[in-house]
Design a protein around this ligand. Structure first.
Ligand SMILES: [Ca+2]
Length: 385
């Protein structure tokens, strides 16, 4: 543990507000500044944002890495970040979700998809980590039988109803986990797909479900539909309130890395071979997509997020999407007359594996981007004006 150190590099995060205004003739210049909030000894699998420490009014960052460290970053709007390891699994963790699901726990809990402690490649389960007194407490809530690489929370279907979790596994399964009074959890299988794929990637078979999100309902109901992507190339849709509804809606050559919801009732997905797709409902119960960017076969995309991302320089305007991946680039996708154009705002020191966006720094009229991967660092990109 002593090899891990927190880098409290607090650049003058909020100091820009105090700077003298440049000459009135120049437009406001935007510069994306990388702020390193943690450097560990292993590559990070996933980062998420939430409030698992309810005593901290600010949004916090949680990351899980390949050596089994769960890191909590109290970001404090960038003024005085402080980070610590709050759980050690001694083997890889990837699936990650921060949600107020368990009625027995006040505030938000952290859920992580883990291998058996100390045994990489063995089993697969979900561990709940919660703030308790001055420390953190962990307990297993679900044995998936296969590695859980993605977890998403499903809002209550009715006021006062349970918040459920969806766990996406390396056995190409979607499990729905429901909490109950007394701290027990029950599960049901929403989807079980093929275990083998005729896949050109070298690691066959690849029934590995990599990411899952919960779609917005087109009629404004509480969200109830899962959208998941598989390394073998499947896009899986499942209405969690309609057993038997799950189906594959597309097969992508090269397989998938990540998925995120759009501003309506659709989703964006990014493929390992670099295609970025926008999936929308076709009006007949099915799905269709547009390809909005192609980053190339070697890009190994591992991140797609929506948000309000100011364009760098003096051109003005915001981009609605950001990408990240093995090409180690964080790129904004800017909507132009002939589609989307990528604009690189950050080059990492290692392959990118995880990215999330949130309004972590108040007052800069922008969302921040948290990213990590093989650099072993958690970096927050902050737009300075
Ligand atoms: Ca902000």
């Amino acid at each position: 543990m002593n090899r891990i150190r927190s880098l409290v590099l607090v650049a003058p995060v909020l100091a820009f507000g105090a700077c003298a205004t440049p000459a009135a003739t120049s437009a406001a210049r935007v510069r994306w500044e990388p702020v390193v909030v943690w450097e560990g000894d292993s590559g990070f699998e996933t980062v998420k944002v939430g409030r698992p420490d309810s005593s901290d009014p600010d949004l916090q960052i949680v990351g899980v890495d390949q050596a089994g460290h769960m890191v909590h970053v109290a970001f404090h709007g960038g003024v005085a970040p402080a980070a610590a390891v709050i759980y050690e699994n001694h083997s890889e963790m990837t699936g990650l979700c921060i949600a107020d699901a368990d009625p027995e726990v006040p505030g938000e809990e952290i859920y992580a998809g883990c291998y058996e402690p100390g045994q990489d490649g063995v089993g697969g389960n979900v561990v709940q980590v919660v703030k308790a007194g001055g420390g953190w407490r962990a307990r297993r809530i679900f044995d998936a039988g296969a590695y859980v690489h993605g977890i998403a929370a499903v809002p209550p279907a009715t006021p006062g109803g349970p918040v459920r979790l969806v766990a996406a596994t390396y056995a190409n399964e979607l499990h729905v986990l429901t909490p109950h009074a007394g701290g027990t959890w029950t599960s049901s299988l929403a989807y079980g797909g093929p275990r083998t794929f005729a896949d050109p990637q070298p690691k066959d078979p690849r029934p590995r479900m990599k990411d899952v999100v919960i779609l917005r309902d087109p009629a404004g109901r509480a969200p109830h539909e899962a959208f998941a992507v598989v390394a073998g190339g499947d896009v899986v849709y499942a209405d969690l309130d309609r057993p038997g509804s799950a189906k594959v809606v597309h097969q992508e050559e090269g397989g998938y890395g990540r998925v995120c919801v759009d501003e309506a009732s659709g989703a964006y997905a990014c493929g390992y071979w670099g295609r970025v797709q926008h999936f929308v409902r076709d009006g007949a119960g099915g799905w269709k997509f547009d390809v909005i960017d192609e980053e190339g076969k070697s890009s190994g995309l591992r991140g797609i997020v929506t948000g309000r991302f100011p364009l760098p320089g003096t051109r003005g305007g915001d981009a609605p999407l950001a990408l990240y991946g093995f090409h180690a680039l964080c790129r904004l996708l800017v909507e132009g007359e002939a589609g989307y154009d990528p604009v690189t705002i950050f080059r990492d020191s290692g392959r990118g594996h995880t990215q999330i966006a949130a309004d972590l720094v108040p007052g800069n009229d922008a969302d921040e981007i948290v990213l990590s991967g093989y650099s072993k660092k958690i970096v927050v990109l902050v737009a300075r004006r």
